[in-house]
Design a protein around this ligand. Structure first.
Ligand code: ADP
Length: 470
């Protein structure tokens, strides 16, 4: 086994239906972009194949789109164009039958068939243009089809070189497809070690687990995209040395925009989340009243795909919204940056969480995470009172936390009931009220921790080489 420098650079081709910021629904979109960039930074060629959605419209990021090729497939003309997005070459698949003439990524009855068609067209594009990447990297149920179709219809018919890596970003959707892809792939990964452990017994991945080809690699965040020191959506940029002034300006800005009173001595608790059952809806609701009772302010930025859930939250906003609680029901990327910057705490009380990005983003912006210790939340948030040794190991690779210093970075709880939540939230708020100076130093510490892709990208590169047998 050679070191990375002795091995040839890799050509990795992602096939995905999301990519931030042009086609972002949730964490998957962020991960595709950031992982691609991090692996490319290590000297590899990384490209992405994406559907050409109608909602791109005249996106300024795509104004240099160029024609690449066209061919017929499945009784339909396919046009492929290319564009550099966030420094990565992206190929866009556009079928002439209008299959992706949609205003969103998901949400139609034929999503499954549309994405299967996209996956096959992506493979056909590689075959037609003689491209032979080392790795085909597909993601979740939506591009699981790549794994099966590649080995069934393409590998022995000219697309000889690639091996397949499949990443499960969320086990809860499309389990039959996930099972198929994890059986057909050389390596299957999921997005944190704890989540890998939690789902390893699931029938969809038990085969991959038994063959030792199922791995948990935690996601990272892109440190350039999420950087309060350069963030264009903030009224004032800041870093670990200047966070007090920067966060104060962000707080003033959000106060003005969302109609909060100036709460100089009140901690601000924020939630930035899709409002789905996974995210712990009852606990999010409970935390609002509880935060107000404890004298804090609260901001919720959330989007609910289910109208009944939206109805519940509208009612809550009606009864609790006011000078100390603001509700914004939208998917609003710029506002999300402002919430991370303004908040003292970001709450993530998920029932399950494959990795979760919001807690890592919040740390980078100096907001202390308060989380339920599940999946990737457990692997990235270390409780101030209970996790000193685990934190030293995970952050510094040290078994002696007294030598490396305290690397704990948040507050966590295990139970799914409101008592669990209050146990963590009360300690968090107390820590703020008890000693502001200490709290500011905690914010500085978490801003300096490295939740980028630096380390996980190296793990993926190892797995890519393992997939091709090198
Ligand atoms: P998931 O993929 O399950 O939604 P993650 O924590 O992995 O959860 O990723 C969520 C991403 O989506 C983060 O970048 C977060 O900032 C963003 N996000 C979630 N809800 C909203 C919203 N309402 N407005 C803007 N961004 C949001």
């Amino acid at each position: 086994e050679g070191s990375t420098t002795e091995r040839p650079p890799l050509h990795v081709m992602h096939v995905s239906v999301e990519m931030a910021p042009i086609a972002k629904v949730g964490g998957l979109g962020d991960v595709i972009t950031a992982l691609a960039r991090a692996v490319a930074d290590q000297g590899n060629l990384v490209e992405i194949i994406l559907p050409h959605y109608q909602f791109f419209g005249a996106s300024p990021m795509l104004q240099h789109m160029e024609y690449e090729t066209n061919f017929d497939w499945g009784g339909c003309g396919i046009t492929v164009s290319r564009c550099i997005v966030e420094n990565i070459q992206v190929f866009f698949i556009q079928p002439s039958n209008g299959m992706f003439a949609k205003d969103a990524v998901y949400g139609w009855n034929d999503d499954g068939q549309r994405f299967d068609f996209f996956c096959n067209a992506a493979l056909e594009f590689l075959l037609q243009t003689g491209r032979q990447p080392d790795i085909l990297h597909c993601h979740d149920w939506s591009t699981a089809e790549v794994a099966g179709a590649f080995w069934g219809n393409y590998h022995q018919y000219g697309l000889w070189k690639p091996n397949v890596v499949f990443t499960i970003h969320n086990m809860n959707y499309g389990q039959a497809k996930i099972g198929m892809a994890s059986a057909a792939s050389q390596v299957t990964t999921t997005v944190s070690p704890s989540y890998a452990g939690e789902v390893s017994g699931h029938p969809a991945v038990s085969g991959a687990t038994a063959y030792g080809k199922f791995h948990g690699v935690r996601n990272g965040i892109d440190p350039e995209i999420w950087d309060p020191d350069t963030d264009q959506f903030l009224p004032m940029n800041y870093n670990a040395d200047t966070h007090e002034a920067g966060k104060r300006r962000a707080r003033e800005e959000i106060q003005g925009r969302l109609g909060l009173t100036w709460g100089a001595d009140q901690p601000l608790v924020g939630v930035v989340s899709r409002l789905t059952a996974q995210k712990g809806l009852d606990l999010i609701k409970h935390s609002i009243g509880h935060s107000l009772k404890r004298g804090a302010q609260f901001v919720l930025l959330g989007s609910a795909p289910d109208p009944r859930v939206q109805g519940d939250f509208n009612a809550l906003a009606g009864s609790m919204g006011g000078p100390n609680a603001a509700f914004c029901f939208a998917f609003d990327e710029p506002l999300s940056h402002l919430v991370y910057a303004a908040a003292d705490f970001i709450l993530v009380p998920s029932m399950f969480e494959p990795c979760g990005l919001t807690q890592m983003i919040s740390m980078r912006y100096g907001a202390v995470p308060v989380v339920r210790a599940t999946g990737g939340l457990r692997d990235t948030v270390f409780d101030l009172d209970n996790d000193k040794e685990r934190a030293a190991w995970e952050v510094d690779g040290s078994t002696d936390y007294k030598a490396t210093g305290d690397q704990t970075n948040g507050f966590s709880f295990d139970m799914t009931d409101t008592q669990g939540l209050e146990y963590a939230l009360d300690r968090a708020l107390d820590s703020y009220y008890n000693d502001k100076k200490w709290f500011r130093s905690l914010q500085e510490r978490i801003m300096r921790q490295d939740w980028s892709w630096n380390r996980p990208a190296l793990d993926y590169i190892e797995l890519y080489y393992a997939a091709i047998g090198k």
